[in-house]
Design a protein around this ligand. Structure first.
Ligand code: HEC
Ligand code: HEC
Length: 453
């Protein structure tokens, strides 16, 4: 059972699914949330859905040697990575401030306010896309952007590399970090930064103690808040799993001119949609949202109660007509604080965070032959792996409650479904042999492998 729990907690999709069942069970009950009110099975499902992972996924081409992680941390804190030597990653992502800057809009070397709020950097090893609009698809690719952004660090990455290469201490550190390619290069700077960032796992809090079975770790008010979070308030529709994010993009109705994910995908149906942030360590990361517009957690909850701007792009996952009593609102806030450390958080030192793992942890789904209809229910492609013949039609049906966007980025077959609304289906005929990776642009943890024979 233990190994099953571990595996489930690493598969975000499966965890969300297990959780959806638990939420349905909770919703079918009335009154306050009391773990004792669950049958043992239901509580077990809650535990599975929120259990901490047991390994950090690292890409195979960037294994986390301790020397590399240490080099990444040094680079992260070094203002030499900026054009004028004034600004480091830590200027905005301050490790003492939970990797944020505490203001609505941070500023870099030009002291001009940026156009989006600085996010915290917790638990990004599990994220499939980066930035509020998801425009970067790896931490390695992301790290180049702030270094070269004129208002952030204003540098030329090649000039930074030349500067570091003149420093014998850095040369030695790169040799130790990259034994099979011991050079100070742009690629290795970005790999070291990314390897370090993957170790920024949020530390366990009282909530994790409770999930691990210590019933006294949360107060009854906090437990009631959790009950609302996974029940009546519908927060878990988007904030799921141990990091409290579905890694997807939603318009939650904030008044903003920023179009977010829409222009990145070329799909206006997801205008104003932003990446769901995780909810760890919020006590240390105010203000909130992509525009830093909400100062307190109470303001955030009142936003969800008001529902925000009612426009066509607003997410179908938003709770409709949420109306909380003062006690309920206070309970929800108390629960959210139970996901924060009592003192300024440091990255987790759990042993598994330091274990080098070269293989990303993935679902090993058995391939289904000639499946003609693929389901998208509950933000999952089912089956997730199919084998078809070249030219054979394959149907992807949106039997979910939300809009999806089926994409294939492949030189042999480039595909963008546009907005695929609930009830709509897509027919694909892949022309040539090979393996094709399909994902949803709005919910990028949705993955489908198509093998064409
Ligand atoms: C001047 C402030 C500033 C500096 C310096 C800065 N960042 Fe950021 N960072 C931001 C802002 C603002 C965003 C959000 C931008 C957006 O979404 O368009 C961001 C986003 C990110 C993200 C995406 C997080 C997520 O949840 O998707 C990562 C990762 C990141 N920064 C890492 C770094 C690294 C590594 C460096 C140094 C090489 C760095 N940042 C330097 C302000 C800064
Ligand atoms: C429809 C999906 C969805 C639902 C439901 C939802 N959220 Fe969110 N949440 C998001 C997205 C997306 C953002 C970022 C929005 C932005 O910046 O424009 C966000 C942001 C937040 C933030 C700010 C975090 C930060 O670091 O800035 C908090 C706190 C939060 N949500 C809590 C909640 C609570 C509590 C509930 C239930 C009452 C809830 N959310 C329901 C998707 C959702």
């Amino acid at each position: 059972m233990v190994s099953l729990l571990r595996r489930t907690s690493l598969l975000l999709g499966a965890a969300a699914l297990g959780f959806a069942m638990a939420a349905a069970l909770v919703a079918s009950r009335t009154g306050a949330f009391e773990p004792a009110a669950y049958g043992s099975l239901e509580m077990e499902q809650v535990r599975e859905a929120f259990a901490r992972p047991q390994a950090v996924p690292h890409p195979p081409d960037n294994p986390p040697l301790p020397e590399k992680v240490a080099l990444g941390e040094k680079l992260f804190n070094d203002p030499q990575l900026s054009g004028d030597g004034s600004t480091s990653c830590a200027t905005c992502h301050d490790p003492r401030l939970s990797f944020t800057d505490g203001v609505p809009f941070g500023e870099g070397l030009t002291k001009r306010p940026l156009s989006r709020h600085t996010p915290a950097l917790w638990n990004l090893a599990w994220a499939p896309t980066f930035f509020w609009d998801g425009r970067a698809d790896s931490l390695e690719a992301q790290a180049k952007v702030p270094i070269e952004h004129p208002d952030e660090m204003g540098a030329d990455l090649e000039e930074v590399v030349a500067r570091l290469a003149r420093d014998p201490v850095y040369r030695g550190a790169f040799q130790a970090a990259f034994p099979s390619d011991p050079t100070v290069s742009a690629a290795n700077v970005l790999k070291a930064l990314a390897a370090y960032e993957r170790t920024l796992v949020s530390p366990p809090t009282r909530f994790d103690q409770w999930i691990a079975g210590d019933d006294s770790a949360l107060t009854s008010q906090e437990k009631a808040g959790f009950g609302l979070f996974i029940g009546k308030a519908g927060c878990v529709n988007c904030h799921s799993g141990f990091a409290f994010t579905d890694h997807s993009f939603h318009d939650i109705g904030l008044p903003t001119n920023d179009l977010g994910r829409g222009p990145v995908l070329g799909v206006p149906e997801v205008n104003y949609a932003f990446k769901t942030p995780g909810l760890r360590e919020l006590a240390w990361t105010a203000p909130y949202m992509h525009d830093g517009s909400l100062a307190t957690l109470e303001d955030v909850i009142r936003h969800y109660e008001s529902g925000g701007v009612n426009r066509a792009s607003r997410s179908a996952d938003m709770p409709a007509g949420l109306d909380l009593t003062d006690d309920e609102r206070a309970a929800l806030v108390a629960f959210l604080y139970s996901l924060s450390s009592d003192t300024a958080p440091r990255p987790s030192t759990e042993p598994w965070v330091a274990i080098a793992r070269n293989e990303p942890v993935r679902a090993s789904t058995a391939a289904v032959r000639g499946a003609t209809v693929i389901s998208q229910r509950d933000k999952l492609f089912t089956p997730g792996h199919v084998v078809v013949r070249a030219g054979e039609p394959l149907t992807i049906l949106n039997d979910d409650t939300r809009t999806h966007n089926v994409r294939i980025f492949d030189p042999r077959f480039d595909f963008n479904s546009g907005a695929q609304e609930p009830g709509e289906s897509i027919s694909l005929r892949l022309p040539s042999e090979g393996t094709y990776n399909v994902f949803c642009g709005i919910h990028p943890t949705m993955r489908l492998t198509i093998e064409v024979e």
